[in-house]
Design a protein around this ligand. Structure first.
Ligand code: BTN
Length: 249
């Protein structure tokens, strides 16, 4: 799939870097200096790739590193919902490049798993812009040719799953998928459908999970998502919404 043609059709602009610190940092700066919405920053390699909860995202050449800069894409307090949108984008990108849906699932808040192994990561960041606008950057990494070895979770990449493909080919499908799922989200109005679709693909609903954040570790049954997208954890009959954390099955 020709990614430049897809970008043009979908109204995305793209800047490409061979090496950059972090595509998310560059996308944030781009919005800060007045850049327009629907702009992608992509890189072959990141020297300071960032993950969720302050972690490092190892970013050697061969994988996809892309950040989408958006202006007012969601209700201000609900920008995290774009993580569900982006997980569906990555899920359908992986389907389009040949992975079997029977092996894929989604893990709260926004990981995509192949047979329980993490293949991608999503980092959503927001910033305030002049005149009350909200800038949002959706950073996505997809493991294509390699994956790190010393991780908290089992991890994989497309090559290890039998798909040999270049980052630019993956990008074509990724852009087409982004256009589709952002239109369905409709700045938050379509979150009900996004939430339903996400839940049909989710890993571990109804099962016992451990949720860890920087402060504590909670054990309970993953009963679903609330209307906003927070994880609902049943702890001995008391259902608590969880906003952030890592889930272990
Ligand atoms: C996670 O911890 O699972 C999220 C990882 C997000 C990594 C992507 S790679 C492109 C973008 N730039 C970054 O520095 N991080 C995100």
């Amino acid at each position: 799939m020709d990614f430049l043609a897809t970008a043009r059709r979908s109204g995305f602009t793209i800047e490409h870097h061979q090496t950059i610190g972090s595509t998310n940092d560059r996308a944030i700066d781009y919005l800060r200096i007045g850049g327009a919405s629907r702009h992608f920053v992509i890189a072959d390699e990141q020297t300071g790739g960032r993950g969720r909860l302050g972690r490092v995202w190892v970013s050697k050449p061969g994988n996809l590193y892309a950040s989408l800069a958006l202006i007012d894409p969601a209700p201000q307090a609900q920008a995290f919902q774009l993580g569900f949108v982006a997980s569906l984008v990555v899920y359908h990108t992986l389907r389009a490049v040949g992975l079997d849906g029977a092996h894929l699932s989604l893990k709260w808040p926004n990981d995509v798993l192949v047979e329980g192994k993490k293949i991608s990561g999503i980092l959503i960041e927001g910033l305030s812009l002049p005149e009350g606008d909200q800038g949002v950057v959706i950073g996505c990494g997809i493991n294509i040719a390699h994956h790190p070895s010393d991780t908290l979770y089992p991890v994989t990449d497309l090559k290890s799953e039998g798909v040999i493909i270049s980052p630019f080919e993956v990008l074509g499908h990724f852009l087409a998928s982004f256009e589709k799922w952002l239109s369905l989200y409709r700045r938050g109005e379509g979150f009900g459908d996004i939430r339903e679709h996400w839940l049909t693909l989710a890993h571990g609903v109804g099962g016992l999970i451990v949720v860890k954040d920087r402060k504590e570790e909670r054990v309970g049954v993953f009963v679903g998502l609330d209307r906003e997208g927070r994880l609902l954890l049943d702890q001995n009959g008391q259902i608590e919404p969880v906003i952030a954390g890592d889930v272990f099955f």
